[in-house]
Design a protein around this ligand. Structure first.
Ligand code: PHE
Length: 453
């Protein structure tokens, strides 16, 4: 492995830039769309508590392991894992972590862009006042009309993929860093505006009770599995996104505190988004357990019937689009960085990766309309990709990363690279990565294969 590739993509210009970028990757559709609805489906408070435990006991420790591998090698995840496997003498198949991650990246980006495209469409719908004074039937019909039109979906999917490609093509410093420095503060300001607004709503208190009252009788075995799986998805773990971002991190930065920041920020955004969404849901007498439609059907309906709803509804969907945008960039980065290491220009690599993901995305577009009837094991094309990535590939990637860092990388290497000053904290982290995280991921993985049902 030629060392010329090391550091060829650039280095984040400051301590906060990695935090900004990793938070941009972590905060996405997972926080704003998935977290509220799975919390709704799993009964609220007790589920939130289990999710928090999973973030801190499994997610954050694995994140540290992933970033450590990236920074140690300063290459794309594929070459990083090749180098680390060679250097440590670990079994060759660990090299596969990088490859599997890149493939997961294509799969996730392809459908992520389609769903993110819906949020672009909804910005216009809300700004245009489509939902003002409408009823549930209209909200359902509007969503139905959007997803049943392959041409419209393809246009929104293309616009979103183009936005993503433009940022990536400009490179780590001029593209990713420059965009994230604007997008992330805007994201936080928009979220705060919405939070302030939700404080004025009559259902805010009820929303708080729903999110934070622990009623353990509502938990099932499956809730634990869902919470753990979501912890990995929302922190962008198991496919190399965070490893790639770690490769651009300055050497002197201590990993422990930095990673903790990212985990805490991602969790805060999910909780605040939950408070906003449930305040709206309860103020309008709606059901928290509406499922995946919560964001695209329940929310527009709620916005349509409240004072200032057009404005705040538009703000909400701009927020969703920005969050998805800053995540999509990180999903593509591992494959783009690898292609650049192979000799492609950054623009050529971006065009190839985004172009291929775009093409694959057409399958997701069609799975909501013309191909809705074509199913593999009862799942549409979109469901299959979602299942394969979230339930199999990410957990497997996370498991292998934890095992690699916990058991194959030497203590000295890990200690030096992690740069955690407090001995007890370092030892606790190493214990979790060796035993707890692999065991926890095995549980999700087996569940993903349907062995626990
Ligand atoms: N973490 C992102 C979200 O919550 C999704 C993501 C998964 C991003 C995997 C990168 C890698 O939406």
């Amino acid at each position: 492995m030629s060392d010329q590739k090391r550091g060829m993509h650039g280095i984040w210009s400051g301590r906060w830039t990695f935090i900004l970028a990793a938070t941009g990757s972590a905060v996405g559709l997972g926080n704003l769309w998935k977290f509220p609805y799975i919390t709704g489906e799993n009964g609220g408070g007790a589920f939130v508590l289990v999710y928090l435990a999973c973030i801190f006991a499994a997610g954050i420790p694995v994140m540290l392991a992933e970033v450590l591998l990236g920074r140690k090698t300063r290459m794309s995840p594929i070459n990083a894992m090749a180098k680390m496997t060679e250097d440590t003498g670990a079994p060759k198949f660990f090299h596969g972590i990088g490859w599997m991650g890149a493939i997961s990246g294509f799969f996730i980006l392809s459908f992520y862009s389609v769903i993110a495209g819906w949020s672009l469409a909804y910005i216009l719908k809300l700004a245009g006042g489509d939902f003002t004074g409408s009823d549930a039937a209209f909200a359902g019909e509007t969503f139905g009309n959007l997803v049943s039109d392959p041409v419209g979906l393809t246009i929104w999917h293309s616009v979103f993929m183009l936005l993503t490609g433009v940022v990536i093509a400009r490179g780590v410093n001029k593209g990713l860093e420059a965009a994230l420095k604007i997008l992330m503060p805007v994201l936080f300001v928009l979220l705060l505006i919405l939070f302030g607004y939700s404080l004025t709503l009559s259902g805010f208190g009820q929303g708080l009770h729903f999110l934070f009252d622990f009623d353990f009788s509502k938990l099932t075995g499956e809730s634990f599995v869902v919470a753990l799986g979501h912890a990995f998805f929302t922190l962008s773990l198991g496919m190399g996104a965070i490893m790639a971002y770690g490769a651009y991190m300055p050497q002197e930065q201590s990993l422990g505190k930095t990673i903790l920041w990212v985990g805490v920020l991602d969790t805060l955004v999910a909780l605040v988004a939950g408070m906003v969404i449930f305040a709206i849901v309860f103020s309008n007498g709606l059901e928290p357990s509406a499922g995946p439609g919560l964001m695209f059907q329940t929310l527009p309906l709620a916005f349509g019937s409240m004072a200032g709803g057009e404005f705040f509804g538009t703000v909400f969907f701009i927020l969703v689009a920005i969050a998805a945008w800053s995540s999509a960039i990180s999903i593509a980065e591992p494959a783009v960085a690898w292609a650049v290491e192979k000799g492609f220009s950054r623009i050529g690599a971006t065009a190839a990766v985004c172009g291929f993901a775009w093409l694959l995305g057409l399958g997701t577009v069609l799975s909501f309309n013309d191909w809705a009837e074509y199913k593999l094991f009862g799942k549409t094309f979109f469901d299959t990709l979602d299942f394969l990535t979230a339930n199999i590939m990410l957990p497997l990637g996370g498991l292998l990363i934890a095992v690699f860092v916990g058991w194959f990388a030497s203590s000295e290497l890990v200690k030096k690279e992690a740069n955690i000053e407090n001995e007890a904290v370092f030892n606790a982290w190493r214990f979790v990565v060796r035993y707890i995280s692999p065991a926890a991921v095995c549980v999700i993985f087996l569940h993903g294969l349907g062995l626990f049902n």
